[in-house]
Design a protein around this ligand. Sequence first.
Ligand SMILES: CC(C)=CCC/C(C)=C/CC/C(C)=C/CSC[C@H](N)C(=O)O
Length: 474
Amino acid sequence: KSVQPEPSIRIGIIGGGIGGSSCSYFLHELFGAKASIDVYEPSDIGGRIATVDIGGHTYESGASIIHPGNMYMKKFTKEFGLKHKDKIPGQKMGFYDGEKFVFLESDWVIATYAKMLWHYGWDLIKFRREIGVFVEKFSRIYDSQKKGVAYSSVEGIMNTIGGNEVVDYTKVPFLKALKDRGYKDVIIDEMMAIATRVNYGQSVNMSAFAGFVSVAGIQGGLFSVHGGNNQVCSQLLQKSRANIIKSTIKGVKLDTESATPGYYLTIAANENSNSTFHTSERYDIIVIATPLHEGKSNISFEGFPKKITNFPGRFHRTVATFVDGELNTASFGFKNMSGCPNQILTTKDNQFKINSIAHNLPIDCKVGNKESQKPVWKVFSKEPLSEKQLYALFASRKEMKVVDWLAYPHYDPQNSLPKFELHDQLYYINGIEWAASAIEMLIVGSRNTALLAYNKYNGLNDMIDVDFNQKTEL
Ligand SMILES: CC(C)=CCC/C(C)=C/CC/C(C)=C/CSC[C@H](N)C(=O)O
């Protein structure tokens, strides 16, 4: 009978969302039984990919879509025996400019494509091709991670994806990148604007990299996990044999006494995070898997030679209002739902002050089971909806739930990209969100962080910050 060695490395992860859970999985894959992993998450596992219950069904409350080119989410779904959520027919999309629908989907796919081609011309084909190339470039990061390469900064990852061109995408407005490529105003003002508004609540003035990712998020073939994307997080934590601790972390303190790098986590002793009674635990490696920006967390850093405080930029407020009720179709120029789209995406700020209003289906809906297909309306807006706005949008309301959250960074091209490495063995996954926030982006960031910790711990310095564009023979 083989005897398992006692773990000799203690790893603490702050946050049990997709970043924290996938990092736990990758760290376990790399360090094996040598490491014991504690994941601190005071709320539900899943973070921003959690769910909301309404009218007796469960719906995705946050990040809900996965791109078919997202290799890690595809791998995890398969590995954990999860299925894709069924596609239920009858979803009809319309682009609304505040006065009229500038584009309305047809009941037939071919007719919709022909209409789109007529409306947007050659730009539509050009852009589809360009996104394809972009997604292919993105796969270079999977190759470099497979070979064990890690980057200490988000910029290193961008450089691997596409050299200076992609690094620059994080620094120029999407609008400029599109104009430089010769796109006409109609596709920019409608389709590109919709992608940035629906996916990030922002506009084409946001940085180009996040703009490209947002457009990838309105392509065909997108999926989500049957039963909820957050199952991936629970499975990842289970596979990594992590201890899940329901406590709030108040601070990280450098261990200055020991010869080897180490950190103390200050832990709120009970679920009341305001309690003044704290405990402390020492770890060899710490991974922060929660945003550190202003308004998002108040973790303090103590005893570090260089102050860890400066995380410039701000998070963007997104309000998701779920309504079990009837749309006021007259507000959109229709007598009833016949002919009226149930996926209304707005091209610009409008009288309703909404980014989109769309039918949302339960996480476990099934083709052939009508009861499981109960849609609710999900409205995205920048501010909570007033009673007057709700009255204009809905003819009737049975139940309503509001998720008001600081969802994504505000993508100002002036923002600088954070580093993954905050100190010797103190890491920050969510820095990657400042290039673009999506489930897959956080997994890419988390695998990078796990590789960085592993390479550093084992002195594999030649596997850190390798210019993958120059050196592919690794
Ligand atoms: C760089 C490009 C174009 C693709 C790389 C792969 C990638 C990260 C694709 C993600 C596409 C996607 C699902 C975008 C949605 S934006 C964020 C969304 N609202 C969410 O909450 O996840």
